[in-house]
Design a protein around this ligand. Structure first.
Ligand SMILES: [Zn+2]
Length: 331
């Protein structure tokens, strides 16, 4: 997909695109950053741009034959190398790419060799690659995609220009989950709040459980917001998951506590008059806004500390019921 369809990385994308169009892109690049944030997609967008028949606004069109072939993974000049069943990128795979890069591109203007999960290049294969990076063939760009750039040989790293991809905002992650993975708005925001800025991580987690955990956390905050009498607080704690003693109960409560942390952070953002787009739980803005009036910064900080202590207690095998009851009096 072209750069414009990739979420986030708003400074990096135009930088890469402009350098590619001007022909000033270094022949060897490392796309480094957390997994699941779109590094490989950016490498493919770059391959599309340098081979696109009719670029639009400093980006690939996404529709010409070349763009479509690259998107389908069948373009003769765009090679994607990734770990095989053994988990390693073997020397044969690197040799094949190196041999091909000695020839001019077959159908496109520029050959792009994308090595995904490059930290898995076997040591001998790294040596083979290094020789090519030292004298890069004129028609080929190498892009090493990795979340662990420091595990590459220092000699390889020094031959490549490194571009750092950061984490995505919760809003960007939610947007991708809705647009590309069919998530409902509530599911997308709930999963995004726990994703640590990675679409990949959000997809790994079960979002149903998150939605429930977050709902329970929100209900507790709402129930205690106006500082009700003790009996009501105890009653409210019963709404948290994990009343039993099993490991599953403990995990469910821990998830709710993590959700509460993201809700408290959002209340802090709203209370400080911050940008609502920065909210981890943007879909709950309508419920959080009135709640923010009951939670000043001091209360948010002490609640945060209480959530932290509750998580620690759970980690030390405290009873979920006792932890939930205690927490309901601290917030
Ligand atoms: Zn195109």
């Amino acid at each position: 997909m072209p750069f414009r369809d990739i979420a986030g990385h708003d400074h990096l994308k135009p930088l890469i695109a402009r350098a590619a169009l001007r022909g000033t892109l270094p022949p060897s690049l490392i796309f480094a950053g957390p997994s699941g944030v779109g590094k490989r997609m950016a490498a493919l967008a770059l391959a599309q741009l340098v081979n696109c028949a009719s670029p639009v606004a400093e980006d690939a069109c996404g529709e010409c034959a070349s763009c479509r072939r690259i998107a389908r993974g069948v373009h003769a000049d765009v090679l994607i190398i990734e770990p095989g069943e053994t988990g390693a990128i073997k020397i044969e795979q690197i040799r094949d790419a190196v041999e091909r890069s000695a020839y001019r591109p077959f159908e496109g203007r520029r050959r792009v060799v994308i090595i995904d999960d490059a930290e898995h290049i076997a040591p001998a294969a790294q040596d083979a690659l290094l020789k090519t990076l030292e004298e890069p063939p004129s028609g080929t760009t190498f892009v090493l995609v990795t979340s662990m750039p420091e595990t590459l040989l220092s000699t390889i790293r020094s031959r490549c220009q490194r571009l750092r991809f950061g984490r995505l905002s919760p809003g960007d992650v939610a947007g991708v989950l809705m647009a590309a993975h069919g998530y409902s708005e509530a599911d997308a925001h709930a999963a995004a709040a726990f994703s640590d800025g990675s679409v990949g991580r959000a997809l790994e987690e079960a979002s149903d459980a998150f939605v429930e955990a977050r709902d329970a956390a929100l209900q507790l905050l709402e129930a205690v917001a106006k500082d009700p009498p003790p009996a009501r607080r105890i009653q409210a704690s019963g709404g948290l998951p994990g009343a039993g003693r099993s490991k599953a109960d403990r995990d469910a409560l821990a998830q709710s506590l993590l959700a509460m942390g993201t809700l408290l952070r959002d209340l802090g953002v709203l209370g400080a008059g911050g940008d609502a787009r920065a909210l981890a739980n943007a879909d709950l803005k309508g419920k959080l806004q009135p709640l923010a009036r009951s939670f000043d910064q001091d209360r948010i900080l002490s609640s945060f500390a209480a959530v932290d202590r509750a998580l620690n207690a759970l980690g030390r095998n405290a009873s979920p019921k006792i932890v939930a009851d205690w927490l309901a009096f601290q917030i």
